[in-house]
Design a protein around this ligand. Structure first.
Ligand code: ZN
Ligand code: ZN
Ligand code: ZN
Length: 247
C-alpha cells in the first residue's frame, strides 16, 4: 500500500511519522473497551506504538490480542534502537521519557507534554497491560538447556542465561509472556466472538515447552544477525500461531 494513501480512519492528515525513525507508521484499527474502535500507529523498525491521548487505556482485551498479532507480523529481522531524542508526530515537541507504576508493574513511555499522546515500545506496552512476568526459576532452568544467550526484550543487549537473571546493560529482568494473563484475555475473546473461538487446548498450553522450543528454533533460523532470540517475541510467536493460524 502506498504510504500516503488515505485509508478512511479518523486520523487527520494521512499517516503519522514515527517519532523514532520518522518514516510513516502503519495504522491498526482495534476494538475499544466500550464500543467503537481505537486506531493505533505502529512502527515496525522501531518496534513501538503511538497512542493518541488516552487510546491505550481504552483498548479492550480483544483489541489487545489483535495488537499482538500486528506486533508479531511487524517484527523486523533487526530492531532499530530508538534515538535519544524522539519528537511528537503531531507537534514536533521532544517527547518526555516517563516512568510509570501500575500496581507492582513498572513501565515507561515517551509522552507529549501538550497531551497529543504517547510513544510506547512494544515491551513496555506488554508490561503496562500486565502481559509479561519475570521468568520463574524452574522455567529458567529449562530455558538454559535450549539457549544460552538471549536478547534483552527491553534494550536488545545480549544476556547470558548462565550468569544473569537480568540484563547487565539496562537492568531489566528477563521476562516472558504471562500465560495466565494471555489465557484470561483469550477467554474474554471467546465470549466476545461467536465465530472463530480459539480451541481451548491452545489457550491453556500456548507456552507449553515443545511449542516454545519449536518457535524458538524458527526465530533463531530467521534472524540474519546471529541467532539471539527475544523470549517475549518467541512467546508472541507461539500465541500468534495458536490463535491466528486460520485467521
Ligand atoms: Zn520508527
Ligand atoms: Zn504533541
Ligand atoms: Zn537490557
Amino acid at each position: 500500500m502506498p504510504s500516503g494513501a488515505p485509508d478512511g480512519t479518523a486520523h487527520a492528515g494521512g499517516p503519522l511519522d514515527c517519532p523514532g525513525c520518522r518514516t510513516p507508521m502503519r495504522r491498526v484499527d482495534l476494538d475499544r473497551k466500550h464500543h467503537g474502535r481505537v486506531v493505533v500507529d505502529l512502527c515496525n523498525a522501531c518496534q513501538a506504538l503511538w497512542f493518541d491521548a488516552l487510546e491505550s487505556l481504552h483498548l479492550s482485551p480483544v483489541g489487545t490480542l489483535a495488537l499482538f498479532r500486528a506486533i508479531h507480523a511487524a517484527r523486523p529481522e533487526a530492531r532499530r534502537a530508538l534515538p535519544s531524542r524522539v519528537s511528537c508526530p503531531r507537534c514536533d515537541t521532544p517527547l518526555t521519557l516517563t516512568h510509570d507504576l501500575q500496581r507492582t508493574t513498572r513501565f515507561s513511555y515517551y509522552r507529549c507534554r501538550h497531551g497529543h499522546g504517547r510513544f510506547t515500545p512494544f515491551l513496555q506496552f506488554l508490561r503496562e497491560k500486565d502481559f509479561v512476568r519475570p521468568v520463574p526459576p524452574d522455567e529458567l532452568k529449562r530455558l538454559k538447556k535450549l539457549v544460552r544467550i538471549i536478547r534483552c526484550s527491553s534494550c536488545g543487549a545480549p544476556v547470558d542465561l548462565e550468569r544473569a537473571t537480568a540484563c547487565g546493560y539496562c537492568r531489566a529482568p528477563i521476562v516472558v509472556l504471562d500465560p495466565d494473563a494471555v489465557t484470561k484475555a483469550i477467554r474474554q475473546l471467546d465470549t466476545a466472538e461467536t465465530h472463530a473461538a480459539p480451541p481451548d487446548q491452545n489457550a491453556a498450553g500456548f507456552l507449553e515447552a515443545a511449542r516454545f522450543e519449536r518457535e524458538m528454533k524458527r526465530e533463531q533460523a530467521r534472524g540474519s544477525q546471529g541467532s539471539m532470540v527475544d523470549l517475549v517475541s518467541v512467546g508472541i510467536g507461539v500465541l500468534a500461531a495458536a490463535l491466528f493460524a486460520r485467521g
